[in-house]
Design a protein around this ligand. Structure first.
Ligand SMILES: [Mn+2]
Length: 426
């Protein structure tokens, strides 16, 4: 199923007048404050967020999984789903493939399809956190960190295979996330596990094409209960530095212990030119499953403040690879992703409203109250008309979820694919 431009324009008719009124009010107010509204709209239009191929079906927990019906059952259908998101928002112009769940069968066909929907191939993700069919050796006790050289070699070769798949599609980066760790004290020798991981990553890095990046993701817990080999940004930074210039840390919002100051981590990594990618989601207690901005929107705004500052002040840091990495166990995945895209754009727009010169002066004067007022003034601004205007300018929907529902997308997908089609993945 595809959504065409006319359908979107037809739906926009009912809300275009209201949007123009709201936009004029907001943009006049901001212009009077000296804000360059057009520059913000342009930056919003340029922000493209990758959708991972595993996010389009219903997610689950280790206790169960409830289907959402009409799920994409192959890579083609997953890319079509992203095409729907991109047609509505013009901000989801990339797919991040998970290997081996989504190995293309017909490379040219997949590339042609993605191209026709304006979708690029973002980072490819390897998987050594579960055993694959017909695998000779098991990752039960670790992959790149395993005490067995043969198992490490199998995991290294898998990552090299993933790079080769990405090369055929036009991807330019490999994301490595390891489940390696220990569930019980004494199970692992920490130093041996770390040394093995570093050496394995170096072997993968050695095969990386010149114009590629390796993104090293960290996570403090789960699936192991006691320790994780790449547990925090410091370990990821250390490993990326050991590998070389093309290796970077990847920050996943949900991969931190409660109350961790993620915005400060972002800031430190960008200062060192080592932040390569960012995964968006939200969480109340831990992990990375909830809709972006659904629990801690102010934290998201503070993170974007550091991202915006870093993008403007740290030219040594590369352009970031943005991706949504959440699980959708109750909502329609496409509606959930639309909500996440909106939350990301809103946080970005609000961060762009921060008067950096004024903030710097207030900081130099130790005027903490003014510092806080500057942040709050930006955060409390309703930027939704700017975000909607940016979408409208590109031919997207003023209200993506409303349009998605008005066009009856999910029911059409069920009709096309069958009610009980299930997406590949966990
Ligand atoms: Mn992630």
């Amino acid at each position: 199923m595809r959504i065409n431009q006319n359908q979107i324009q037809e739906n926009n008719k009912t809300s275009i007048k209201t949007l123009e009124e709201q936009f004029n009010y907001t943009s006049n107010t901001l212009n009077n404050k000296g804000v360059d509204v057009n520059a913000i709209i342009k930056k919003l239009q340029n922000l493209q967020i990758a959708i991972p191929s595993w996010a389009l079906g219903a997610g689950g927990t280790r206790f169960g999984r409830f289907s959402f019906f009409g799920e994409p059952k192959n890579l083609e259908q997953k890319i079509e789903d992203i095409g729907i998101l991109n047609a509505l928002t013009h901000s989801a112009g990339a797919v991040s493939l998970h290997i081996p769940w989504d190995i293309p069968e017909d490379y040219n066909g997949i590339k042609t399809l993605a191209n026709s929907l304006n979708i690029k191939f973002d980072a490819v993700n390897s998987n050594t956190f579960q055993d694959q069919n017909n695998a000779a050796l098991s990752y039960k006790f670790g992959s790149l960190s395993n005490t067995s050289k043969d198992i490490r070699q199998q995991a290294i070769q898998h990552n090299i295979d993933v790079i080769n798949i990405g090369k055929k599609l036009g991807s330019k980066s490999l994301t490595v996330w390891l489940a390696d760790g220990a569930s019980f004290p004494g199970q692992n020798n920490f130093q041996t596990a770390l040394i093995n991981t570093e050496n394995s990553l170096k072997e993968i890095y050695a095969t990386l094409p010149k114009d590629w990046k390796m993104l090293i993701e960290y996570k403090p817990f789960e699936p192991n209960f006691y320790s994780t080999v790449i547990q925090d940004w410091g370990t990821s930074f250390m490993l990326a530095t050991a590998c070389g210039d093309k290796a970077y840390s990847l920050v996943d919002l949900g991969h931190h212990l409660p109350n961790c100051n993620i915005e400060q981590i972002v800031s430190t990594l960008m200062y060192k030119g080592k932040l390569g990618g960012f995964h968006f989601n939200d969480s109340k207690y831990g992990d990375d499953d909830l809709t972006v901005g659904s629990i801690k929107p102010y934290t998201l705004f503070l993170i974007f403040n550091e991202l915006v500052y870093g993008m403007e002040n740290n030219p040594n840091n590369p352009d970031l690879e943005w991706m949504i990495d959440a699980s959708h166990n109750l909502k329609d995945p496409l509606e959930d992703l639309l909500q996440s895209l909106e939350a990301i754009q809103e946080a970005f727009a609000k961060a762009l409203l921060i008067d950096q010169n004024k903030l710097k002066n207030a900081q130099l004067n130790n005027d903490i109250v003014t510092c806080q007022e500057i942040l709050h003034d930006a955060y409390r601004t309703d930027v939704r008309p700017l975000v909607a205007k940016a979408r409208l300018n590109l031919g997207g929907a003023i209200n993506p979820i409303e349009t998605y529902r008005a066009l009856n997308v999910r029911n059409q997908l069920i009709k096309e694919r069958g009610k009980y089609s299930i997406a590949t993945g966990l």
